[in-house]
Design a protein around this ligand. Structure first.
Ligand code: SF4
Ligand code: SF4
Length: 370
C-alpha cells in the first residue's frame, strides 16, 4: 500500500482470511449462496459456500443461473433479496400488552437484539437503497428503534458488480455499478483475487488482519476495463427527474394498458430494496387478557393498503400501478430529494408478467427530463 493509497490485493487463496478476520472482530458472516435456484444471502461459514462460477441470466419474468468454469465467487447480478430483510424485518412484534389481576394494562416493548453482522457481496445499488432506507427510518421525525438497532450492528463488505444483468439499469440512475460510498470494505474481483479498500475505521480494522500484497498496474488496468464494461447496460430510465413528466401524464392511456397486464400481486414491491410500506395489526387472544402489536410488510398493490374509514381508495389495479410509479419516480423527490429507484432491476426480473418499469416510464414520459 502506498502512503496515500488505501488499496491492497487479497489473493484468492487467502479469501478465507476475510471470514476469519470478520469473525475475530465479532461479526457473524452473511454472504451470497445459491439456494432454491437463486442467489440469496445466508449465513456463510466457509468460502466454499459462495456461488463459485455461477452467472445469472435475468430478463423480464425470467431468472436462470448457469455454472461456468470460473474461479469467481461474485460474477452474478443481484438475486431477489436486498439488504432490506436484514434491517426492516418482514414481520415483527413491536410491543405486547398484558392485563394484570387489577385490570391494569401493562405495555412491554419488544426491542430486537440483533447480532453483529457482516454482509459480504453487497452491490452498489443496494448500498444506495440502504441510504434511502436510512433516510426514512433513521432521519425522519420518528426514528425507528428496531431498524436503528439492526443498522448499528451491520458491517458492509461491498463487491463492485462485474456482470450486471440485462434487467439492471443502475448506471442510468447514477447508483452503480461501482460503489462510491456506504461500505466498510469494498472489493473488486479478478480471477486471481480481490483489490480491497476500506471505507470506515471498522473496515480498516478488518483489513489490518489480512495478509495483503500491493496492487499491481496489471490489476488496476483489468479492474478499470471491467468497471467500464459493467457500465454498458441495456436498460435505462428516460431521465433522472421524472417527477413533472409523470404528474403531467396522470391520465395517460398507458395506465389502462399496463393495468390490463398487472396482476396486482405485489412481487415488485417485495423485491424492491427501497419500498418500506407496511401494515400494523393487533393479535389478541379471545380471553382478552393480552395483545401483541405486529408490523409486517405490505404493498401499495393490495386493496387493504389504501383502505381508510370504510373505503378502499385505490380500488383498481390502474390506480395502484400509477400510485407505485408516481411515488417511486415522482413524489419521492419531494419527500427525500431524489427518485426512489436505484436501478437494481429486480421488479423487472421478478414481475411474473414481465412488466418493465423502464419501458413504462419511456412510454408515459417519453424522453421528457423535466
Ligand atoms: S423500482 Fe425496481 S429497479 Fe427500481 S429500485 Fe425498486 S425494484 Fe429496483
Ligand atoms: S407490476 Fe408485476 S410484480 Fe408488480 S404487482 Fe403488477 S404483476 Fe405484480
Amino acid at each position: 500500500m502506498g502512503a496515500n493509497d488505501n488499496h491492497a490485493f487479497l489473493l484468492r487463496e487467502r479469501l478465507p482470511m476475510l471470514l476469519q478476520a470478520l469473525e475475530a472482530e465479532g461479526y457473524e458472516c452473511i454472504g451470497p449462496r445459491w439456494r432454491d435456484d437463486a442467489i440469496i444471502y445466508d449465513r456463510l461459514d466457509d468460502v466454499d459456500q459462495l456461488p463459485r462460477g455461477i452467472k445469472v441470466n435475468q430478463y423480464p419474468a425470467e431468472y436462470c443461473g448457469e455454472v461456468h468454469d470460473s474461479p469467481r465467487d461474485f460474477a452474478w447480478a443481484n438475486g431477489p433479496q436486498a439488504l432490506k430483510p436484514f434491517l426492516f424485518a418482514p414481520r415483527e412484534t413491536l410491543w405486547r400488552v398484558n392485563r394484570d389481576e387489577t385490570g391494569r394494562l401493562n405495555f412491554e416493548e419488544t426491542p430486537p437484539d440483533p447480532p453483529r453482522r457482516a454482509i459480504i457481496g453487497v452491490r452498489a445499488c443496494d448500498l444506495a437503497a440502504l441510504a434511502l432506507q436510512d433516510q426514512h427510518f433513521l432521519r425522519s421525525s420518528y426514528p425507528d428503534p428496531a431498524y436503528a438497532a439492526r443498522r448499528e450492528n451491520l458491517l458492509l463488505v461491498a463487491v463492485n458488480c462485474s456482470h450486471p444483468a440485462s434487467t439492471c439499469f443502475c448506471a442510468s440512475t447514477g447508483d452503480g455499478p461501482v460503489a462510491k460510498q456506504g461500505y466498510d470494505l469494498l472489493l473488486d474481483e479478478l480471477d486471481d483475487g480481490f483489490m480491497i479498500q476500506a471505507g470506515t475505521a471498522e473496515g480498516e480494522a478488518v483489513m489490518a488482519r489480512l495478509n495483503l500484497i500491493p496492487v499491481t498496474d496489471g490489476h488496476r488496468e483489468a479492474i478499470e476495463i471491467q468497471q467500464e464494461k459493467a457500465h454498458e447496460q441495456l436498460r435505462q430510465v428516460p431521465g433522472r427527474q421524472l417527477r413533472d413528466a409523470l404528474f403531467s401524464n396522470l391520465e395517460h392511456e398507458r395506465w389502462n394498458e399496463v393495468a390490463g397486464r398487472c396482476l396486482s400481486c405485489g412481487n415488485c414491491t417485495s423485491v424492491c430494496p427501497t419500498c418500506f410500506c407496511h401494515s400494523e395489526e393487533e393479535l389478541a387472544p379471545l380471553d382478552g387478557g393480552s395483545s401483541e402489536h405486529v408490523r409486517q410488510w405490505d404493498s401499495c398493490f393490495t386493496a387493504g393498503h389504501s383502505y381508510i374509514h370504510g373505503l378502499t381508495i385505490r380500488q383498481q389495479t390502474r390506480e395502484r400501478y400509477r400510485q407505485w410509479l408516481t411515488h417511486k419516480f415522482g413524489s419521492w423527490h419531494d419527500q427525500y430529494g431524489r427518485s426512489g429507484c436505484v436501478g437494481c432491476g429486480r421488479c423487472i426480473t421478478w414481475c411474473p408478467v414481465g412488466i418493465d418499469v423502464t419501458e413504462e416510464l419511456q412510454v408515459i414520459c417519453g424522453s421528457d427530463d423535466a
